[in-house]
Design a binder for this molecule. Structure first.
Ligand SMILES: Cc1cc2nc3c(=O)[nH]c(=O)nc-3n(C[C@H](O)[C@H](O)[C@H](O)COP(=O)(O)OP(=O)(O)OC[C@H]3O[C@@H](n4cnc5c(N)ncnc54)[C@H](O)[C@@H]3O)c2cc1C
Length: 402
């Protein structure tokens, strides 16, 4: 008997989520193709925490062993310091303890390197560049996605399913869920990269460091095998409202936000040559991620505030579950398989979305009794174990239960 044709899955968006989805779907025997609007894959926004719940799926793909080529394995994390003098409030050893608890180390990496790692595992015919999705429409026993290239020429792709992995401003999302309101958090993130040679030695340690001060905090860790230091500073947004990886900020504005802070913070700011500035918006979890043959994944489904550094990790968990739900299904079974994916993944990612809210209040306390109490609690905390719900999440047992 002839083998049934494998399902054709069109993935809109070639970010970390879209590429991971393509890899897991192809591993499950499906014909998955990524359609990306840019003419080359590029990841903006500099550094990313590659948490254990992201490393384990990368290991499944056979890619985790290559992380040490470019990523830095964290020896410690959540090293909280006081803004004025750098006094350490608490620090969490990672290393072997992280491996023992969660079966994987925790890394920090340049996003472009991580994206290149995923791309290296994807056959070139599975990635179509310069394809901007402009419409998705139901075609009864299939679904069609319409793409425009940079000259405005349109092509239509017919598939058994379309997966919107097209990020925070998804064009696929309206085919699934009504547009959700984005609530402005009042904060923005400055992001920059500093050459290791210009950074204070403490910033070159394999440690994720967070300096806490009134109304703002400052995060840094080394990436790119230690050649660069990634800086993220969360501050009041003022009148900044642009939610984009590419929007340029001004170093002078960043410096003014940290006037009077420890000299090592200012040394990092002064060594940066440019900065991106991103207004932080919060979104309520969607009521559904799938409709018929169209599904959402990654930020298109669950854009979240960055306080748990989990957006991409959740996108990769989505990819694992999506592929497991579609494996072995015939074309008629696609809507039910997507509904199962939704039922398994949406509660988990929605929880992370909701937990990411409000963390800035604790991090940004003005100096005073509440801050003293917070610092005391930090000193007695155990963030590695307290993160078991995030890092220890077992996608396989979620699949068995769902
Ligand atoms: C300040 C900050 C820090 C963060 N730190 C971390 C961290 O440390 N760890 C972590 O796990 N997460 C972190 N995140 C979250 C993480 O960046 C996102 O969750 C993740 O990048 C989402 O991946 P994605 O593939 O869903 O979307 P994206 O990375 O946005 O990719 C979407 C892709 O779709 C393409 N696209 C868009 N529209 C179309 C279209 N119409 N047609 C075709 N292609 C299209 C885009 O060009 C892009 O390539 C952070 C976020 C912020 C804001």
């Amino acid at each position: 008997m002839a083998k049934p044709a494998s399902l054709r899955i069109a993935i809109v968006g070639g970010g970390l989520g879209g590429l991971a989805a393509a890899l897991f779907l192809r591993r499950a025997g499906l014909e998955a193709t990524v359609y990306e609007q840019s003419s080359a894959l590029r990841e903006l926004g500099a550094g990313i925490v590659v948490a254990p719940n992201m490393v384990r799926p990368l290991a499944t793909l056979g890619l985790a062993a290559r992380l040490p080529e470019f990523a830095v394995q964290l020896e410690a994390a959540w090293e909280f310091r006081r803004w004025q003098d750098g006094r350490v409030l608490s620090v969490q050893p990672m290393g072997e303890e992280c491996l023992r608890l969660y079966g994987a180390h925790c890394y920090v990496a340049h996003r472009a390197d991580l994206l290149a790692l995923l791309q290296s595992a994807l056959p070139s015919e599975a990635l179509k560049l310069d394809r901007r999705c402009i419409a998705v429409r139901d075609a009864g026993d299939a679904v069609e996605a319409v793409f425009a290239d940079r000259d405005g020429r349109e092509t239509t792709v017919r598939a058994d399913a379309v997966i919107g992995a097209d990020g925070i401003h998804s064009v696929v999302r309206p085919a699934v869920a009504p547009e959700i309101e984005a609530r402005f958090s009042g904060l923005c993130a400055f992001r920059c990269l500093v050459p290791a040679a210009d950074a204070p030695p403490m910033a070159l340690r394999a440690v994720q460091t967070l300096w806490l001060g009134p109304e703002r905090h400052f995060v840094h860790y080394p990436i790119s095998a230690g050649r660069l230091v990634n800086v993220v500073a969360i501050v009041p947004a003022g009148d900044w409202r642009t939610e984009s990886w590419t929007a340029e900020g001004a170093i002078g504005d960043l410096r003014a936000e940290f006037a009077g802070w420890d000299a090592r913070v200012l040394q990092l700011v002064d060594a940066a040559t440019d900065t991106k500035r991103w207004a932080l918006y919060d979104r309520t979890p969607l009521a559904r991620w799938c409709a018929g043959r169209v599904g959402l994944l990654g930020d298109a489904a669950h854009a979240m505030l960055p306080f748990f550094a989990q957006g991409a990790a959740q996108a990769i968990e989505d990819a694992v579950v999506l592929a497991a739900c579609l494996r072995g299904v015939d074309a008629q079974g696609v809507p039910a398989a997507l509904a199962r994916y939704d039922a398994i993944r949406r509660p988990r990612a929605s929880e992370v979305q909701l937990m990411s809210r409000g963390r800035e209040i604790r991090n940004h306390l003005p100096d005073g009794p509440a801050q003293v109490e917070r610092d005391r609690a930090l000193a007695g905390g155990d963030p590695l174990r307290q993160s078991a719900w995030l890092y220890g999440h077992d996608v396989e047992s979620a699949l068995r239960a769902g």
